[in-house]
Every structure is written in C-alpha cells, then in structure tokens.
Design a protein around this ligand. Structure first.
Ligand SMILES: Cc1cc2nc3c(=O)[nH]c(=O)nc-3n(C[C@H](O)[C@H](O)[C@H](O)COP(=O)(O)O)c2cc1C
Length: 246
C-alpha cells in the first residue's frame, strides 16, 4: 500500500540537468525548513547548510568536485557541513569543557547532516524540483573550506544540486529486497544468488542507459570501486579542522 509520500520517495532518480527556471525564494525556504525538521541525535543539530547561488562560486565548486558540470549549471547548490563550531560556542557560553574528539562525534554529525540532506531532497522533489547529492565536495575539502569560509570544527559532508528537471531518466534498479531486509536476524545463505540476480538486472539497466550491447553490473562496479583507496586525505583534513577522531 502506498501513500503520496511513499510514491514520491519511491520515484526517486538523481537529476543532473536543469532548466533555466530559477528556484523561487519561498520554495527554497520551504526546502531548507524541511531539512531542519530532520530528527537529530541528542538534538545536537550538528550541521550547517551553505546556500550557493553565485555563478562564479558554483563554477569553482564544480572544479573542486572533480569537474562535475551539474554543480555549475544547477540554479542552487547546497553544501551540507558537519558542524560542531556552534556546539563549541554553546559550551563556551557556559564555561564548560568541550569534548568532541571521538569518532562518535563525527558519526553523529555526519548522520545528522545526511538526514537533513535527504529531507531537503524529498522536500525539493515535492515542489517539482530534481537534484543530486554530491560526495565530490570531499575531493578537495581544504579548498572548499577556504572558498566557503568554513570555520574550525566544520567539514563539508555532501553537496546537493537542485533545479527544475530538464531530463527524464529511468530509475536505477535497487538491490533485491532479500539482499537488504532481514526478518528477526541477519541471514547470509541467500545473498550470493540475490547478488547474481542484481548483477544481471543492473547490467541490463546500464546497457540500456549507455546504449551498449553489454555493460558491467553492480557487483563488478563495486568490486572495482573497492579496490582503490577513496579519499585518503580526509583523516588529515578532519584533524586540521579540529576533529581528532579518537
Ligand atoms: C552521499 C552521496 C554522494 C553522491 N555523490 C555524487 C557525486 O559526487 N556526483 C554524482 O553525479 N552523483 C553522486 N551521488 C548520486 C549517486 O550516484 C546516486 O544516488 C546513485 O547512483 C543512485 O542513483 P539514483 O540516485 O538515480 O537512484 C551521490 C549520492 C549520495 C547519496
């Protein structure tokens, strides 16, 4: 059984091409209010959102995200940051010791940030907008921090391009339910065949999308993805920003 909300959620596709139509201020305000209504661990609300509309700044960010042109062409780019800076201010207001040096603190902030971001994307879609999250914002985090004047105790976690869609893309198939949902306890026996099934389904999808006779499916893509380091600079960046990650 579906509701309007679940239908919206289950029709998700990342959108990377946008019309020139600007996003009205009241629509953006509603999206940002929805982001703030995400639940938050211990109500720390350990995130901030930088709204970027400047063409020059989007151009620079597109380069810093690895040359992703949709970061430049979207009318609004949001940068979702983990943020313990304002929590330090709160501690200082009370002359309290401030301890945010554990991996746990960064996990809390990253989870809070992601929940706010997904709320924003769903809200945007309910207004007829489309968008895509951008992990490329962590490619050159020091330059992003400099450009956006991010203070100590903050770190960019993900970006988000938003705009009115100018493309109609097929939904990307998800893993079979039995590879994700477990009843009462985690079961491993059926996973290999579920992954085989998804390899075939996703390979067909990528072949259609790239208009080729054959494409690699999800298991092969993941195998390739996980045989290289991802962003080995992040640990040092986070430590410089004041997160020792103990
Ligand atoms: C945290 C996060 C970071 C992402 N980073 C990028 C990115 O840098 N560039 C991009 O084009 N898509 C990015 N994506 C979009 C994913 O590639 C996309 O969600 C995934 O392939 C599933 O496709 P779908 O969203 O169309 O269903 C990101 C998604 C998430 C959740």
């Amino acid at each position: 059984m579906q509701t309007d909300v679940t239908r919206l959620i289950q029709s998700h596709r990342s959108i990377r091409k946008y019309t020139d139509r600007p996003i009205p201020d009241d629509v953006l305000a509603d999206i940002l209010a929805s982001a703030q209504w995400a639940p938050s661990s211990h109500n720390v609300q350990a995130y901030s959102i930088v709204v970027v509309r400047s063409a020059e700044k989007k151009k620079q960010l597109a380069q810093l995200c690895g040359g992703q042109k949709w970061v430049e062409t979207c009318p609004v780019f949001l940068v979702f940051c983990a943020d313990f800076y304002k929590l330090k201010l709160a501690s200082d207001m009370h002359g309290s010791e401030f301890l945010a040096d554990e991996v746990e603190n960064m996990l809390v902030a990253a989870v809070d940030t992601a929940l706010a971001a997904e709320n924003a994307l769903v809200a945007a879609r309910s207004h007829g907008l489309g968008g895509v999250m951008i992990g490329g914002i962590r490619n050159q985090p020091e330059d992003v921090a400099r450009l956006l004047k991010l203070p100590v105790l903050t770190a960019p976690i993900m970006g988000m391009c938003l705009g009115y869609p100018d493309q109609d893309v097929e939904q990307k198939p998800r893993l079979p339910k039995r590879a994700v949902i477990h009843e009462e306890e985690y079961r491993t026996e059926h996973l290999p065949e579920a992954l085989e099934e998804y390899e075939a389904v996703s390979a067909e999808y990528y072949a259609r999308r790239t208009r080729k006779d054959h494409a690699e499916g999800w298991t092969k893509q993941m195998a390739d993805y996980l045989q290289k380091p991802r962003r080995p600079h992040l640990g040092d960046f986070l430590r410089k920003q004041g997160f020792p990650l103990k």
